[in-house]
Design a protein around this ligand. Structure first.
Ligand SMILES: Nc1ncnc2c1ncn2[C@@H]1O[C@H](COP(=O)(O)OP(=O)(O)O)[C@@H](O)[C@H]1O
Ligand SMILES: Nc1ccn([C@H]2C[C@H](O)[C@@H](COP(=O)(O)OP(=O)(O)O)O2)c(=O)n1
Length: 233
């Protein structure tokens, strides 16, 4: 168990290593883990499933309170359900990925999901690592440790391509695939950073870590050190 219950906020764009790092750090330090992107993906999956027009913010806002989203916070086996249905696999599909920025830009969606995130964090007695886009700025502005992960667009696209083709950790082949992945990542970054409500942003008091040239293990070590340093203060 962590010496004291700490709240750790890890933000950053897609492919910077937020999920892998957060899960590993939480497991190593006996903390809970919350993937807030999975919650936005889950509500987006529900909207698509229910036939809500995701390009109509008023329709999205009106439906936002209907689904019940439940996140399991064990870092070794995180879960996500919508109205009792396990959606861990379908929320990673292209359709959801293409729609999630529009749905997550709707203020009513953010209010509901933010409340859910705060209540999960408040119940985490052993501390929690929460990863997303606006955790350090909006969801948990009093977090004990705030980290903002970055990496070059080329590195992020190569990581995502390798992951999608089941070859995570190896250099991605197929130039056009990587180029298309990079273009899609940058489009999503622009939408997530450009929205009015709680955009993707580095908190003023967050520590920025560029993971482009670091191994996953090095990033994990870096975050663990920052948490331990905070515990000694
Ligand atoms: N430092 C790193 N070096 C190499 N690969 C990494 C590193 N961090 C993450 N990855 C890999 O990159 C992919 C995306 O990582 P992920 O943690 O899902 O990023 P994010 O949550 O920021 O979108 C995964 O396949 C992961 O294993
Ligand atoms: N705290 C958060 C987390 C995610 N989102 C939105 C914006 C993101 O493009 C989507 C999906 O996030 P997710 O972390 O699953 O995305 P990646 O795994 O990095 O590709 O959700 C958000 O608006 N706020």
């Amino acid at each position: 168990m962590a010496a004291t219950p700490v709240v750790v906020a890890i933000d950053g764009p897609s492919g910077t290593g937020k999920s892998s790092t957060s899960k590993a750090v939480a497991a190593r330090m006996g903390m809970r883990y919350l993937d807030t992107g999975a919650q936005y993906r889950a509500i987006t999956w529900w909207m698509l499933h229910a036939g809500v027009d995701i390009d109509d913010p008023r329709a999205v806002a009106a439906a936002a309170g209907k689904p019940s989203i439940v996140s399991g916070t064990d870092p070794l086996a995180p879960t996500i359900t919508v109205d009792g249905t396990d959606v861990a696999a379908p929320i990673r599909g292209e359709r959801v990925t293409g729609a999630v920025s529009a749905v997550s830009a709707v203020p009513e969606v953010r209010t509901l999901i933010t409340e859910l995130q705060r209540s999960i964090a408040a119940q985490a007695d052993g501390g929690i690592v929460v990863e997303g886009r606006d955790i350090g700025t909006t969801v948990l502005p009093d977090a004990d440790v705030k980290i903002f992960l970055t990496a070059s667009p080329e590195v992020r696209a190569a990581r995502r391509s390798a992951e999608v083709s089941g070859r995570a950790g190896t250099p991605a082949a197929g130039g056009t695939d990587v180029a298309a992945t990079q273009a899609a990542l940058l489009r999503r970054d622009a939408a997530d950073s450009g929205r009015k409500t709680s955009p993707l942003a580095k908190a003023g008091d967050a520590t920025e870590v560029d993971t482009s040239e670091l191994t996953l293990e090095q990033v994990i070590e870096c975050v663990v050190t920052l948490i331990e340093e905070r515990g000694r203060r």
